[in-house]
Structure formats: C-alpha cells, structure tokens
Write a protein that binds this ligand. Sequence first.
Ligand code: GRF
Length: 197
Amino acid sequence: MPKLNLGFLASHGGSNMQAIIDACKKDNFNAKPCVVISNNSESQALQRAKKEGIPYYHISTATHNDNVDDAIIGVMEKHNVDLIILAGYMKKLGDKVIEKFKGKILNIHPALLPKYGGKGMYGKYVHEAVLAAGEKVSGPTVHVVDLVYDHGRILSQKEVPVYPDDTKETLSARVLEQEHILYPETIKKIADGEIVL
Ligand code: GRF
C-alpha cells in the first residue's frame, strides 16, 4: 500500500505534529510527513520541520495577501498531500481549501466534542469552560474538518479524569499528553484502512 502523504498546518509549538512525525519513523506506520506550513514565521513548528528535513513554508496574509488559500492548496498539491493535519493551526482555514480537500483534513481539539467546541473555544478557554462546568472527564477529539468550527465527523476520542484541584494548566497538560497518543493512533488507522474517510 502506498504511504499516506501528510501535510501539516501549525501555528505555534507543533508538539502534536512532532508526535506524528516521530510515529511516522516507525516501521509499521504507513504515512509520511511531506510538508509543513505555518502562518507564523517564528513558530517552533517551522523549526521542527527544518530540523527533521521536511520542506516548510511560511504562508500568511503578510506573505500572500488575500491569496492564502491558493498558496496553501498549491503547496499541498506540489507535495502530493493526501491528508492535511491541523496541529494547533490558529487560523480559520478558508472554505476553498476545505472544499478542495473535502473530508481529507483532520483537526485535534482538546475537549470531548461536541461539547466545548465552536468559535472562540480554543486553548485555555476550552479547559476553563470544562472546569467551570464541573466536568469529571475531558480529553481530546480528532475530527474531520468541515465548514463549521469543530463540527465535522468525530473519528476518535480519549478520556482523561478531571480532578477537583485541577487548574487549566494541569488539565491542559493531561489532555495534551493524550493528544500525542491519540493523533498518531488515528492517522495510523486511516493509513491502514481501519478508518475510511
Ligand atoms: C493542542 O492543544 C490542540 O488540541 C489544539 O492546539 C494545541 C496544539 O498544541 N488544537 P501543539 O502546537 O501541537 O503543541
């Protein structure tokens, strides 16, 4: 079976991206990191790509004005990307990209969707809301990206406990640890045909 070509979009740390890149190095992992795009020229995600020898691009409104969507599509096509992986990408992906790669874009969200998703629900805001609601469990969700924020088909989730003395920092760290397991696991299932997109 040919390898699944992965194209990443990341804005900051890229720790999820790194977990997937590391997983791709394993013998039985049928996917390959082909390209990394960031809207942030200073992002650690781009530094990680450089270190790993993966082609990388800075694409933002600063570099491409209102042609960001076309630039992203162009780069993904140039590198024969089969699956786009959003890994902490803080920009709303343009409809044009979503239509072009329909059903072939994944995102990871740090809560158990459909709860705690939608516009404005990212990073610390998600964990704050989970804590404020007194939830006893939280955890990441991997889902397909469609035109609505955090709305597409849910592919996988992993539960973690929420403790009474949790802060948004401790909860976020516990969820992130599981993200690093869940995202590569889910991509492997897609690459192996166990999950069909
Ligand atoms: C993660 O919390 C993920 O759930 C969210 O953005 C964060 C990315 O972290 N979508 P990193 O850049 O992968 O370290």
